[in-house]
Ligand binder design. Structure first.
Ligand code: C2E
Ligand code: CA
Ligand code: CA
Length: 641
């Protein structure tokens, strides 16, 4: 048996060994995909070694027992076919995810290999796949060999088909990688069994395929955070999916590092990076190898697969580290760590659930406080559950006209009657009982849905005013609340004016309420919007005065002509003399600055009298009327109720 051209195999062995060392010397994320890749790589490597050994056995060892080349040749094929089967399985895992593999998928993965395996193991006796001449050592392919080629070609075709059918999941590069690999494999098989049986092409094709897979699909850099030398978010989602697919319990320590924003602002981003780097370095030191993940700007996670280690010592080290300001490059920085341990499957049931809880629990914390370990209590989970339910209700309400407006009359001391009203939004009916705006407006703010809601509110108010010509019934204007996000919109003024024009509402019939937070957050944009709207005749009120910083100088840089005293301020004045003095002087000062004053939360006659004495111009509160629906409101203002 002479004349096989085996240089390709030797070259393959060199390449393949290099790839193997490279692959295993790197940290690889432990998921099903990479596991499959590892099997494929090892199988290719072993088959390459065997292919070289087989040829050597023929070429150089003439007098060996005949069962040796039989065994080597069979083993060679067993491993090569294993690599091809693993390749197909790898494609299936990538495109479908292990969880979604059906019994039929598993059958397609296993059956061809099982057939090949049985044929090869029994070949020594059956000579169905190949035979070796005992005298010359010449190897002859038997019909079974062509069945093996056909089975390999079948895997390749199925792999290409799977990649094609699920092309949406793969990137363009990945798609092409699979197509080219399948074509390469099919060609190698074809050439090997027809035109060029003397040239051992299979190995080089397998090695090149495995190598290019590594740099396209397996993409080694994809899972690493290069700056911090940790795993990244993708690695985290991948490993959690794998563990959940396998139904293996695990726990994670999720952390949020607050204070980086200030460091970036005051000391520069590169110093901020240094702080992050230092922190991740510290995490790496106090945890078992390969367990640290950096999942977003300031969020880190430590993964405890199969709950192998205890958290106590890690928590202790972290607490100790954050008990005092952290010193980096001689600079003391104030950082705060919020931590939470989350357990699968006890506390979370899916990957999305886990990510949501991490986000929910680890919200921005005040840097001045001390670091905290947040316990994932049932109450907390319940609260999150409710928030999710409310979010869903808001989404539905936006789509299905599920809101309505209520109006709370505002009493004018000067006129001795209701002269205006505040428009307050309500959810019509919900499955979970009453959900007030205090609860759903902040949620809608966080999720961007407030813009749709704001539009709805303004349109509804204009429609109601124009249909009933409220100003002819003594309601001079309606107060409409603007949220922070609306105030940040550069086009706010144009939108509002357009809606008012549509319903032909005189501009001075609207008063817009803004909280101090909105003024602080949206500063310049808000000022520009206000200027343009005030120009047209719209007036503004500062809402919830007395709850925020009440930074007077700052507030008066805006052109408010009305101040709404928050109910808490009104109520506390009724309880303590000191608070009453504060309120009295505040009102006096505001009046001196020509502000009109509305007192909110007036619930009793006594309160109304005290506030009147102090000089408030308007009263809003349950003593006069609760917020009521359109119909009732019309009855109230016409004196019927
Ligand atoms: P807010 O702007 O301070 O509205 C006044 C709140 O005080 C209303 O609560 C009203 O029902 C309540 N209130 C009035 N008088 C009394 C009283 O005598 N006693 C008591 N205990 N409460 C009184 P509501 O309607 O639940 O609204 C809560 C908050 O939700 C509002 O506070 C406002 O910040 C927000 N909100 C309501 N409607 C809208 C809206 O259309 N758009 C925006 N952006 N926010 C809204
Ligand atoms: Ca208000
Ligand atoms: Ca208010």
């Amino acid at each position: 048996m002479v004349g096989y051209i085996y240089y390709y195999d030797v070259a393959s062995l060199v390449f393949c060994s290099f790839l193997l060392i490279y692959f295993f010397s790197r940290r690889n994320v432990r998921n099903m995909q990479t596991g499959m890749y590892a099997i494929m790589l090892i199988a290719v490597w072993i088959s390459t070694i065997l292919s070289v050994v087989v040829v050597c056995a023929y070429e150089f060892l003439f007098n060996i027992s005949i069962w040796i080349p039989y065994t080597l040749e069979a083993l060679y094929s067993i491993f090569l076919d294993l690599a091809i089967a693993a390749f197909y399985c790898y494609i299936m895992v990538i495109t479908k995810g292990k969880k979604n593999l059906t019994r039929w998928d598993m059958t397609r993965i296993v059956t061809p290999y099982a057939i090949a395996f049985i044929m090869l193991v029994t070949n020594y006796w059956t000579k169905f796949v190949f035979s070796i001449d005992t005298v010359t050592g010449v190897l002859t392919f038997q019909p079974g060999k062509y069945i093996l080629f056909a089975l390999s070609a079948l895997y390749m075709t199925m792999g290409a088909y799977e990649a094609y059918m699920n092309r949406g999941i793969l990137s363009k590069g990945q798609k092409w990688a699979v197509v080219i690999l399948c074509a390469l494999g099919a060609n190698a098989i074809f050439l090997q069994c027809t035109l060029l049986p003397q040239v051992l092409l299979m190995q080089i094709a397998a090695t090149l395929s495995t190598m290019s897979l590594y740099f396209t699909l397996e993409n080694p850099g994809e899972y690493r955070d290069k700056l911090l030398d940790t795993w990244n978010r993708l690695a985290f989602t991948s490993i959690t999916s794998t563990e959940m697919d396998m139904n293996r319990p695990f726990s994670v320590l999720a952390m949020r590092l607050d204070g980086i924003k200030y460091v970036n602002e005051s000391l520069g981003v590169s110093f901020g990076d240094k702080v992050l780097h230092e922190f991740s370095q510290f995490l790496t030191e106090i945890t078992p190898p390969g367990t640290v993940y950096h999942i977003s700007g300031m969020r880190f996670v430590i993964m405890n697969r199969k709950c192998k280690f205890e958290w106590n010592s890690i928590l202790e080290s972290l607490k100790e580290k954050f008990a005092e300001p952290v010193i980096i490059d001689g600079i003391s920085v104030n950082l705060k760590l919020s931590m939470c341990i989350i357990r699968y499957p006890d506390q979370v049931s899916s990957r999305q659930d886990l990510m949501d809880i991490i986000k929910y629990v680890l919200k921005e914390q005040d840097v001045d406080g001390s670091s905290v370990l947040i316990e994932l209590t049932d109450e907390l989970l319940e609260r999150r559950h409710r928030e999710n339910a409310v979010l869903k209700i808001i989404k539905d309400a936006i789509l299905t006209d599920g809101f309505e407006m209520h109006y709370q009359p505002i009493y004018s001391v000067e006129k001795g009657r209701y002269a205006s009203a505040e428009a307050l939004i309500r959810l019509k009916n919900t499955e979970i009982g009453y959900v007030g705006p205090d609860e759903f407006i902040p949620l809608a703010e966080q999720n961007g849905m407030i813009l749709d809601i704001g539009n709805y509110v303004f349109r509804e108010v204009c429609r109601f005013m124009s249909e009933n010509k409220l100003w002819e019934q003594g309601i001079d204007y309606i107060e409409v609340n603007l949220s922070v996000m609306q105030c940040m919109q550069e086009t706010l003024h144009a939108k509002l004016l357009q809606i008012m024009d549509e319903y032909q509402i005189p501009y001075h019939r609207i008063n817009l309420e803004i909280t101090e937070t909105a003024a602080v957050v949206s500063n310049d944009t808000l000022k520009r919007n206000m200027d343009k709207l005030i120009d047209k005749g719209i007036s503004f009120a500062l809402d919830d005065f007395g709850t925020g910083y009440s930074n007077i100088a700052y507030i008066f840089s805006y052109s408010f002509d009305m101040i709404k005293l928050d109910k808490s301020m009104v109520w506390s004045a009724m309880e303590s003399e000191k608070a009453q003095k504060v309120l009295k002087h505040t009102i006096k000062m505001l009046k001196d600055m020509d502000m009109h004053i509305v007192a909110e939360g007036v619930e009793t006659l006594e309160q109304a009298e005290v506030l009147k004495e102090m000089g408030c111009d308007y009263f809003q509160g349950f003593y006069y009327s609760r917020p009521v629906n359109e119909q009732t409101f019309l009855q109230v203002v016409s004196g019927e109720k």
